[in-house]
Design a protein around this ligand. Sequence first.
Ligand code: 6PG
Length: 247
Amino acid sequence: MIKVFADKEALAWAAAELFAAQARQAIAARGRFLVLLAGGETPRRTYQLLAQDPHRRQIPWWDVHFFWGDERCVPIDDPRSNAAMAQKALLDHLPLRPEQIHPIRCDRSPQLSADRYQAELIDFFAGAVPCFDLALLGLGDDGHTASLLPGSAALEEQVNWTAVTRRREEDFSRITLTTPIINQAAVVLFLVAGGGKATVLAKILNPPTEAISYPAQLIRPRSGDLRWWADHAAASLLDESRICRGI
Ligand code: 6PG
């Protein structure tokens, strides 16, 4: 079932509400909230809403740790950087200690940077299987998510938590978390907005099929909760039977 919201603003507001609720719940239960941030453009508005009241004051930010599902191997101040986008939209506005922010640093070769991020995850989770409380994901119009790109070897990766990918049309590599770690998350929330995603979203969600045609279909939380949220434009080709209406 997918939840559909009137427009991008309603979608972003609902995502900020869920983020705040999950954060309060995780911190009350375990003393910390581990969130995997998505890149691209869609989540920007959600991050901006979280950076301002009422959401900002609802979350004990000093107990939140920020990770990324993927990163483009570009300079940290490059506007294409996922970390730079989240830093500007959200993190710069919060009372955080540097050790709460875990960007995928790309100052080495892509593979060395990917290996280093995996080592940082192993160290942070002290050898336990990493379980993010909330994993935010976007959806590309080719069905990719994070930087799990169609046809990439990363789709088959079942051991390593990170991988390097590259899109033909881009002059930079990408580092992505792989499905084994993403699928450990307690809640996975796809945020999909805009008419440009309508076709691929319908192909993924309309026929409840076991056939895997798109990378996003590999996201199947082992025991967690998978939620698809979209705005009206992105959901415009979905069977009505697949929709529940958000506010
Ligand atoms: C990235 C993102 C990617 C993104 C989708 C949707 O680094 O590009 O992680 O997976 O979520 O491409 O991007 P938009 O939100 O910009 O449509």
